[in-house]
Write a protein that binds this ligand. Structure first.
Ligand code: C2E
Ligand code: MG
Ligand code: MG
Length: 571
């Protein structure tokens, strides 16, 4: 049986109309000709609107027709495109994320595009489900307790509060004695029930605890804050151990279980305190069971004093809103237009003036405060992107992320949550990463970066060429952009070794398909050499110092609008 063209058309139309996805067809220059029924419903298209009066871009761009969209860039150039995109809800003008397959249909005889087609799957439910599953993942289903990362966050806060109150935090690392024997004799199922009861008893006995978490297997963590002295920590440990004098009723039998505890007393930083408590519990076990060992987390007295007072000050500074973000433009060397900016944090310290990040980032990293600072900067970057988008300008903003943020299993979620909250496209955010001296947790970092890439953000390797960022990291992580460190740029105009090094870095980045930004360009001679070497983008005092959000917005809205519209590029 053969179909007439008309019959084929009807069959296809009913097939497409039965899909739950948004399916639409437009002419090659973007006039909409068809939207399926599910699609109309998905975007709440007004019933009286004639589709033929609308444009493809009315549906699919996130922020008005001026905003740069990688999808449109591709399909109007005759190339198919797949990725995460947007749809606009006509009822409230809000955009929501969709999985996109956009195709350019061509006339085989003349090799000319005859139509643009797009299939867009609503991702709102999937996104909500992911948030929920992440929430569940953070809680241990057996005991209902929170996991390690939440414990660490709370511990950081407790340390901060204890320091402020001139008191101490303590970590109690609890391990159930002979649990593997219990497991073997009672079986997994019963042993799991016992663990749930152990969790309960710990929660009930640890009066005043800030957190009780399951660390893994038969190990639990308890957090206390504002302790006056070490004796108080010892009393708590003894009390926890005696709470296990009472047996557990298991299948009509009384089962006796004891615990050993490693206590870390002091105010340094979360990961150090947990690992000291972990070592202490081993000692407790090796000296017999049902006992505790206590260690003090100390810094040398002089450093401790200094550290503690600076820590307290920085912590308060964050609470008081003394930290703010400046943005340094990144320009395209071809025409000197601003195509991106890097967010750089500053501390407005009363009676001291503006403190640059190098004076407090390290302290923030060693004390865990960097996560809070990172979130502040992330939010100001997202808010700037949103403000610019609302002006019809699509600019990429880069933020610096520290190793500590990358090993936090929640970090990717924190970033995607902000992107969704500000309704901005992930491709507008770049995360700058430097390799730290101890990039030993490359697996966790790789996982976080993979999640972020999957979400659509860009990743950049910062300060490339210094001891901290090297070729080794390039092998491991999927970067989009490489930033050449200022150290090499500063002498690039002298035609010596640095010129050769920059040339080699550019050749390597090109071979790896990375975009390149030269950092710290201060003179026209440096710029000329960079142009000669084919470096596409630059950042430095020659173009602009870091400036406030307001200044950047006004430069862009008054001077640069026409050019920005045409400024794609992988930054
Ligand atoms: P970076 O990421 O390499 O940032 C570039 C630094 O070079 C900035 O210093 C910027 O002001 C400076 N710079 C830019 N152009 C020139 C130039 O032409 N000449 C000279 N001499 N310097 C130039 P800043 O703002 O003091 O930041 C220093 C470092 O602190 C940053 O280096 C980054 O590693 C870190 N940092 C800044 N903000 C954050 C943040 O929010 N989070 C984290 N984790 N680190 C941050
Ligand atoms: Mg940077
Ligand atoms: Mg840098």
């Amino acid at each position: 049986m053969t179909f007439s063209t008309e019959q084929w058309r009807n069959h296809f139309e009913s097939l497409i109309n039965s899909s739950d996805d948004f399916v639409a067809i437009a002419t090659p220059n973007g006039k909409m000709v068809f939207v399926n029924e599910a699609g109309k419903e998905m975007v709440s298209l007004p019933g009286d609107l004639d589709i033929k009066e609308t444009l493809f871009t009315d549906f699919v761009t996130a922020h008005g027709s001026l905003a740069y969209s990688e999808e449109l860039d591709h399909i109007f150039a005759g190339q198919d495109w797949k990725g995460i995109g947007w749809l606009k809800n006509w009822a409230n003008n809000k955009v929501f994320p969709v999985q996109v397959t956009s195709l350019v249909l061509t006339d085989p005889l003349h090799d000319q595009p005859i139509a643009l087609a797009t299939i867009r799957r609503d991702l709102r439910e999937i996104h909500a489900a992911k948030l929920e599953s992440d929430r569940l993942r953070l809680h241990d289903p057996l005991t209902g307790l929170s996991g390690r990362s939440q414990f660490e966050n709370k511990l950081d806060d407790s340390i901060a509060r204890s320091i402020t109150n001139r008191r101490y935090a303590s970590v109690f690392f609890v391990d159930v004695d002979r649990f593997h024997e219990i497991n073997a004799s009672l079986g997994h199922f019963v042993a799991d029930g016992l663990l749930a009861q152990v969790a309960n008893r710990l929660t009930n006995s640890a009066v005043g605890a800030r957190a009780v978490s399951r660390f893994g297997g038969d190990e639990f963590l308890i957090l206390m804050e504002n302790l006056a002295d070490q004796t108080q920590a010892e009393e708590i440990a003894s009390r926890l151990i005696s709470a296990f004098d009472e047996p557990f009723p298991i299948e009509n039998n009384d089962v006796y279980v004891s615990i050993s505890i490693g206590v870390c007393f002091g105010n340094t930083n979360a990961s150090q305190m947990i690992s000291l408590a972990d070592q202490a519990v081993y000692q407790a076990k090796s000296r017999g069971r049902a006992r505790y060992e206590i260690v003090e987390a100390t810094l040398s007295a002089q450093i401790a004093d200094d550290h503690v007072s600076k820590y307290r000050e920085l912590h308060l500074a964050i609470d008081r809103g003394e930290l703010f973000t400046l943005f340094q433009p990144i320009v395209r060397l071809d025409d000197k237009k601003i195509v991106a900016a890097e967010a750089l944090v500053r501390w407005m310290r009363p009676n001291h003036g503006i403190v640059p990040p190098l004076e407090f980032i390290q302290l923030a990293e060693s004390t865990g405060l960097i996560s809070r600072i990172g979130e502040l900067v992330l939010k100001s970057a997202c808010s700037l992107i949103k403000t610019l988008n609302d002006h019809g300008i699509s600019l990429k903003i880069a933020i610096n992320v520290s190793q500590l943020q990358l090993v936090d299993p929640n970090f990717a979620l924190i970033v995607t949550t902000e992107l969704t909250r500000y309704e901005i496209s992930p491709g507008q955010l770049t995360l700058e990463v430097t390799e730290s001296v101890a990039m030993d947790d490359i697996e966790t970092i790789g996982r976080t970066i993979a999640l972020l890439k999957e979400a659509g953000t860009l990743i950049s390797i910062d300060d490339f060429g210094t001891g901290y960022s090297s070729v080794r990291t390039l092998r491991h992580l999927p970067f989009d952009t490489l930033k050449i460190d200022r150290e090499f740029v500063s002498a690039v105009d002298e035609q010596g070794n640095d010129y050769a090094v920059v040339r080699a870095i550019i050749a390597m980045a090109n071979a790896l398909g990375l975009s390149i930004v030269a950092e710290g360009v201060e003179t026209a001679d440096q710029q000329d050499s960079l142009v000669q070497l084919g470096c596409p983008y630059a950042q430095g005092f020659l173009y602009s110092h870091p400036i406030s959000e307001g200044e950047l917005v006004s430069i862009l809205t008054f001077d640069n609008l026409d050019d920005l519209e045409q400024s794609p590029g992988l930054l």
